[in-house]
Design a protein around this ligand. Structure first.
Ligand SMILES: [Zn+2]
Length: 198
């Protein structure tokens, strides 16, 4: 993020998703540090607080992320994850389960989780690969769900957040870093609304 932030969006609220959100307003204002943005430092956080003060954080997000996704249930989410996996990570073992988890409230850094459980089935060791996505992403813009799936799929190959991990992420989503920052802005936006994250 830097000087290339766009001017507040002046178009109409065309997307059904965004028009369903209440207008920005109310007395609630988050304090520094912004918990979703701690890794970005005080300068970035101050810019974000300015956007909130001007009431334009929602407009910034809407202007870039107006597109909703169709993965509204676990079955559709599973199919989407498999589609992405087959496109970019064909050589990793199949996913066994992909689901929205309402216990993951995106409160911590857990935007999603991934687990690989190995157990003996007959004579073979069978690996179960499971991705859980925080339920808040059921209603989120398409690009943010994509970022979370890309992140968790990359963990199927790389356990740690190392260079190889992020190379895999940017292979699947070239604008991965921008998406991750903007996703954190989105969570900040949702939480700072008077109603908070639903
Ligand atoms: Zn991770």
């Amino acid at each position: 993020m830097g000087s290339d932030w766009p001017a507040p969006h002046e178009g109409g609220r065309s997307s059904a998703y965004w028009s369903s959100l209440p207008e920005w307003g109310g007395p609630v204002k988050p304090a520094i540090p912004l918990k979703y943005l701690e890794a970005y430092g005080p300068a970035v956080q101050a810019q974000v607080l300015d956007l909130i003060d001007q009431g334009s954080l929602g407009d910034y997000l809407q202007s870039r992320y107006g597109e909703a996704h169709a993965a509204r249930n676990d079955k559709a989410l599973f199919e989407l994850a498999v589609e992405w996996k087959n496109r970019f990570m064909r050589n990793t073992p199949p996913l066994t389960k992909v689901l929205y988890d309402s216990r993951l409230q995106a409160l911590s850094h857990a935007l999603g989780t991934h687990t690989t459980v190995s157990r003996v089935q007959g004579h073979r060791l069978k690996a179960s690969r499971e991705i859980r996505v925080a339920a808040v992403f059921r209603e989120a813009p398409a690009d943010f769900l994509k970022m979370v799936l890309v992140h968790e799929l990359a963990h199927m190959k790389e356990g740690a957040h190392n260079k190889a991990f992020y190379q895999l992420c940017t292979h699947m989503a070239p604008n991965y870093f921008q998406l991750e920052l903007d996703l954190r802005l989105y969570l900040t936006f949702l939480e700072a609304r008077p109603a908070g994250i639903p």
